[in-house]
Design a protein around this ligand. Structure first.
Ligand SMILES: O=C[C@H](O)COP(=O)(O)O
Length: 258
């Protein structure tokens, strides 16, 4: 068992308006107990329009739930209509920002180079990136999931120094398992998460690689989370659909009880 604290992060995607966000976080806060926060770090990634409401609630009630955004601009300010900057997110006291989620890569043509700019913007603004990587079904069928995912990792980490990289979170999300109910087996998750840790050791050092938390994402639910978390290189989960149900999310946080 590593001494990395598991990170359970709920990616709400484009769901829950700011009023629903308040109700949802209140429900989580009511259900979660001190011992949950001691065992697991709990985070939510709401849409941008919810962040101020979540911040007000978390600050006002001194909640231990962390929060962050689902994307970030590579630029800190300027004429970039529709974008949200790192300084804006850190002003809202965000801890995390997801970068390179497969839905951003697919629908917004985000390349590894764009992800690299966003990773640097996050670090420049004291935000912790949750860098998402993972292969599509065609790559998986060709047995190329490890080299494909490691190439994404290499691209997104280019010129990122060790003192920053040691705090990053990597989310391995096989695209074919996202929102499909098709969960990767624990062995599938371990294969790629282990390879990611190995690459971090090559790029930086074993000591750094041992510090980095690597999440699995893709149809995680209370019923399958324990087996995935039992893998030595899986340090948490990035949860989509199941994170929209507060009771189910709390059960996932309590994966050791499942
Ligand atoms: O960011 C979360 C992932 O895309 C997983 O989503 P899912 O749990 O709905 O499969």
């Amino acid at each position: 068992m590593s001494d990395r604290t598991p990170l359970m992060a709920g990616n709400w995607k484009m769901n829950l308006n700011h009023l629903e966000a308040i109700a949802h976080v209140q429900k989580l806060a009511f259900a979660l107990a001190e011992k949950d926060y001691e065992a697991v770090e709990v985070a939510v990634l709401p849409p941008f329009t919810d962040l101020r409401s979540v911040q007000t609630l978390v600050d006002g009630d001194k909640l231990k739930i962390k929060y962050g955004a689902q994307d970030i601009s590579a630029h800190d300010s300027g004429a970039y209509t529709g974008e949200i900057s790192g300084p804006m997110l850190s002003k809202l006291k965000c801890t995390y920002v997801a970068i390179g989620h497969s839905e951003r890569r697919q629908y917004h043509a985000e390349t590894d180079e764009i992800c690299n700019g966003k990773v640097k913007a996050a670090f420049r603004n004291d935000l912790t990136p949750i860098l998402c990587v993972g292969e599509g079904l065609d790559i998986r069928k060709a047995g190329q999931q490890v080299p494909y995912t490691l190439a994404q990792l290499d691209g997104a980490l280019e010129d990122v120094p060790a003192e920053q990289a040691e705090t990053i979170v990597i989310a391995y999300e096989p695209v074919w398992a996202i929102g499909t109910g098709e969960v990767a087996t624990p062995e599938d998750a371990q294969e790629v998460c282990g390879a990611i840790r190995g690459r971090l050791a090559e790029l930086y050092s074993q000591e750094l690689a041992d510090k980095v938390r690597i999440q699995y994402g893709g149809s995680v639910k209370s019923g399958n989370v324990a087996a995935i978390m039992a893998q030595p290189d899986v340090d948490g989960a990035l949860i989509g659909g199941a994170a929209l149900d507060a009771d189910e999310f709390v059960k996932i946080v309590r994966f050791r009880d499942q």
